[in-house]
Design a protein around this ligand. Structure first.
Ligand code: MN
Length: 240
């Protein structure tokens, strides 16, 4: 299983979730919301070579944590993975837009200077603005749009810009999400849980729920589930 966007450090008992992932051979991109959380969160991956910890600065707290940008830039040489970063256009976060755009631009610039990174990107109600920022920094690395919810035109533009997509079960349960997933290039898709924020069956989503996402993908793509699981592994290996 592949969970390419999970907030491992935000579960009530992150070590037991990490141990479970190691026991089940789940590949996890463990994203963080602040640069100061990165070092501690990285310890969750010490017992598994399948857990990678991404360096992040979440757009919803960009205004509170912009002072950690120098720390972000210092830590960037220690990891190939960046996230969760991006922009959030929901009304309650829109008021901090200048901080959000400044932080995201600085992060993309730092990634470009560092030779590129693999980025897990939030783009809720801000797909066009995220794509504008990516277009302005073509050397930032490989952008993976997590839980993408833009429109078809934005999806087409994202594909043309070289974006990848990580998709969760909630997305695959909705008509709009299934429509988008049906139009994504199958060689640029990975699964994610977005746990513990995303919900599955009324509880926090777990990394092990990503196999259900793979099965749902198989339905949308009209392919056998095993073929889809193999495709997802090929995609992930391609990123290495
Ligand atoms: Mn997230």
């Amino acid at each position: 299983m592949i969970d390419f966007h999970c907030h491992l450090d935000l579960y009530p008992d992150p070590y037991s979730i990490a141990a479970e992932c190691a026991a089940q051979n789940i590949y996890v991109l463990s994203v963080t919301n602040t640069p100061s959380a990165w070092t501690g969160s990285s310890r969750l991956g010490h017992d598994s070579h399948r857990i990678w910890t991404a360096l992040g600065l979440h757009p919803q707290i960009a205004h509170e944590r912009k002072g950690e940008l120098p720390l972000f830039e210092n830590l960037l040489s220690k990891t190939r993975y960046v996230g969760e970063v991006g922009l959030d256009g929901m009304p309650e976060f829109r008021r901090y837009w200048p901080d959000q755009t400044m932080v995201f631009a600085r992060i993309l610039e730092a990634c470009a200077r560092a030779g590129g990174r693999i980025l897990s990107i939030h783009s809720r109600r801000a797909a066009t603005q995220v794509l504008d920022a990516l277009e302005a920094q073509p050397d930032a690395g490989v952008p993976i749009l997590h839980w993408f919810s833009g429109n078809y035109r934005e999806l087409q533009r994202a594909v043309a810009l070289g974006c990848w997509f990580s998709v969760c079960l909630s997305m695959l349960n909705g008509t709009k999400g299934r429509g988008l997933v049906g139009k994504m290039p199958q060689d640029r898709v990975l699964t994610e849980s977005d746990g513990p924020f995303a919900q599955v069956d009324g509880r926090a989503a777990l990394p092990s729920d990503t196999d259900r996402a793979a099965i749902a993908l198989a339905e949308v793509w009209d392919k056998p589930a095993d073929e889809v699981r193999e495709q997802l592994f090929r995609n992930m290996r391609h990123l290495w």
